[in-house]
Design a protein around this ligand. Structure first.
Ligand code: NAD
Length: 436
C-alpha cells in the first residue's frame, strides 16, 4: 500500500519504517528541514534500538522516503498517518493545533479517497473535529480513523512489529477493512485488532497511560511509606506482584515518571474531565505525588551534607527519562539537577545517549563526562536517575576509588542492600533502609 506519515518523530519514524518493512511504500513528511535532510542522507535522527537496521534496509529498497513537502506526501499516500505533536497547552489540555492545521491543509489538497489515520494521542472528539476541518474544503470522499499508538520508547520497533493489540476507531467499513489489511502482517501470532468507535479508541489511549502512571505513583507512595515504617519496598513489590490480578510490571518505585507521554496525557485527561464537569480525583493526586517524587531525594542529600551543598561536586548517572532512549522530555533528572544547581552544587553528568539533548538545555551549567567512571572523579557523591543496564553492575572498587566519599543516592534501586553494606557504601535508595 502507499502510505504517507505526517510528522517524523519517535512515533512517525518508527511507524513509517516498520510499515515499509512489511512491503508498503512510505513517504515520511516533516517540517523540520534539518531533520529531513539528515534522513535523506541515511542518518537516523533519534536513538531507538534496532531502528537503524530497518531504516537503512528500507531506504535501499526504495520503500522509505523523506520530504518536507506535504503535497508530495498527499499525492503519494492513500493512507495518511498523522503522527504530529499534541503537547501540553497552558491550561493542561492537549494542544490540537498541529493536528487540526495539517488536517485543514489535507482538506484543501486531497483529490481522491484517502484514509486519514490519527496516531497522535488526542482527546475524545478529535476524530470528529478532524473530519469537520477536512470537510470544509475536501472535494472527495475520505475517512478519519483513530488508531492510537502504544509503542514504548526504547522498545518502539519491537512494539510496533509485535503489538499486543491494535486499536482501530472507525465508523467506516471501508477504512476499517483497509486498516485491518495494513496491520495483518503485525498480528500473525494472534494478537487482536480491536475495532471500536472513534471516541472509545481515543479514550483507550488516555485511560491506558493514566492507569500506568497511577500504578507507578501508587507504588512510589508505598515506597515513601516503607521508609517511615522500616519496611522494604522491594520485598513488598515482589509479594504484591505475584498476585496475577496485580501483575509484576510497573511496580518499581523510583523518582517518578517522566517522558513525552505520561505527564501530558494524565494532565490532558484531567483537564478533559474538568471540561465535562467531571473531577478525576485520582489523577489530581497522581500529578501532585509525581511532581514531589521527582525531587524526593533532595532533602536526603541536603541532610547528608548537613545543609551545606555549596561547592559540593556531585556526579549524576542517567539523564534520559528512562533507559534505551535519548529522550529527556520531563525527565526526573532535570528536576534533580535544577534543584541541586540552585543549591550551589557543581554537577558532572553521564548518560549513554541523552547527553547531547541535555547539553542543548543546560549548556555550560553542567560538566559532561566522557564515561560513567569519568563522571565520578573527585565527586562527593553519586546520584542515579535512570536505570540504564550499564549502571547495574559497575566495578564498585573503581566507584569507591574515584568518589571522594563512597556515597550513592540511588533513585532507581539498582543495587542490593547487602552488597552495598559489604562494599562499605553509604547507600540511600527509595523505600528501603539506608545503609551506612
Ligand atoms: P515528536 O515530537 O518526536 O515528533 C513530532 C514530529 O512532528 C516532529 O519531527 C516535528 O518536526 C513534526 N511536525 C510538527 N509539525 C509538523 C507539520 N505541520 N508537518 C509535518 N511535521 C510536523 O513526537 P512523538 O513523540 O513522535 O509523538 C507524536 C504523537 O504520538 C503525540 O501525540 C504523542 O503523544 C503520541 N505518542 C507518542 C509516543 C512516544 O513514546 N513518543 C507513544 C505513543 C503515542
Amino acid at each position: 500500500m502507499k502510505i504517507a506519515v505526517i510528522g517524523t518523530g519517535y512515533v512517525g519514524l518508527v511507524t513509517g519504517t516498520c510499515l515499509a518493512e512489511t512491503g508498503n511504500e512510505v513517504i515520511c513528511v516533516d517540517i523540520d528541514e534539518a531533520k529531513v535532510a539528515k534522513m535523506q542522507q541515511g542518518e537516523v535522527p533519534i536513538y531507538e534500538p534496532h531502528l537503524d537496521v530497518l531504516f537503512e534496509r528500507n531506504i535501499k529498497a526504495n520503500r522509505l522516503q523523506f520530504t518536507t513537502s506535504l503535497d508530495e506526501g498527499l499525492a503519494h499516500g492513500n493512507i495518511i498517518f498523522l503522527a504530529l505533536p499534541t503537547p501540553e497547552d497552558e491550561d493542561g489540555s492537549a494542544d490540537l493545533s498541529y493536528v487540526l492545521n495539517v488536517s485543514q491543509e489535507i482538506g484543501k489538497k486531497i483529490g481522491s479517497y484517502k484514509v486519514i489515520v490519527d496516531k497522535s494521542t488526542v482527546p475524545v472528539g478529535t476524530a470528529e473535529k478532524v473530519t469537520a476541518v477536512i470537510k470544509e474544503n475536501a472535494k472527495c470522499d475520505f475517512d478519519v480513523v483513530s488508531n492510537p499508538e502504544f509503542l514504548r520508547e526504547g522498545f518502539a520497533v519491537d512494539d510496533f512489529l509485535k503489538p499486543e493489540r491494535i486499536i482501530i476507531g472507525s465508523s467506516s467499513d471501508r477504512a476499517t477493512a483497509l486498516m485491518q489489511k495494513l496491520y495483518a502482517p503485525f498480528v500473525r501470532s494472534g494478537n487482536p485488532v480491536i475495532v471500536m468507535d472513534e471516541k472509545s479508541a481515543e479514550l483507550t489511549k488516555y485511560a491506558a497511560n493514566s492507569f500506568l502512571a497511577t500504578k507507578i505513583t501508587f507504588m512510589n507512595e508505598i515506597a515513601n511509606y516503607c521508609e517511615k515504617v522500616g519496611a522494604d519496598v522491594d520485598k513488598v513489590r515482589v509479594g504484591m506482584g505475584t498476585d496475577s490480578r496485580i501483575g509484576k510490571r510497573f511496580l518499581f518505585p523510583g523518582i517518578g515518571y517522566g517522558g513525552s507521554c505520561f505527564p501530558k496525557d494524565v494532565k490532558a485527561l484531567q483537564k478533559a474531565g474538568k471540561d465535562q464537569g467531571y473531577d478525576f480525583k485520582i489523577l489530581d493526586s497522581v500529578i501532585t505525588v509525581n511532581k514531589k517524587q521527582k525531587t524526593i531525594q533532595i532533602p536526603k542529600i541536603v541532610s547528608h551534607f548537613n545543609n551545606n551543598l555549596i561547592g559540593k561536586k556531585i556526579a549524576i548517572w542517567g539523564l534520559a527519562f528512562k533507559p534505551e532512549t535519548d529522550d529527556i522530555r520531563e525527565a526526573p533528572s532535570i528536576d534533580v539537577m535544577n534543584a541541586l544547581l540552585d543549591k550551589g552544587v557543581s554537577l558532572t553528568v553521564f548518560d549513554p545517549e541523552a547527553m547531547p539533548n541535555i547539553e542543548k538545555q543546560f549548556g555550560s551549567k553542567l560538566t559532561y563526562a566522557t564515561s560513567m567512571y569519568h563522571a565520578l572523579e573527585g565527586a562527593d557523591a553519586l546520584i542515579i536517575c535512570t536505570e540504564w543496564s550499564i549502571f547495574r553492575s559497575p566495578s564498585f572498587i573503581k566507584v569507591k576509588e574515584l568518589l571522594k566519599e563512597p556515597v550513592i543516592f540511588d533513585g532507581r534501586n539498582l543495587y542490593q542492600l547487602e552488597e552495598m553494606e559489604t562494599e562499605g557504601f553509604t547507600y540511600i535508595s527509595i523505600g528501603r533502609k539506608e545503609i551506612g
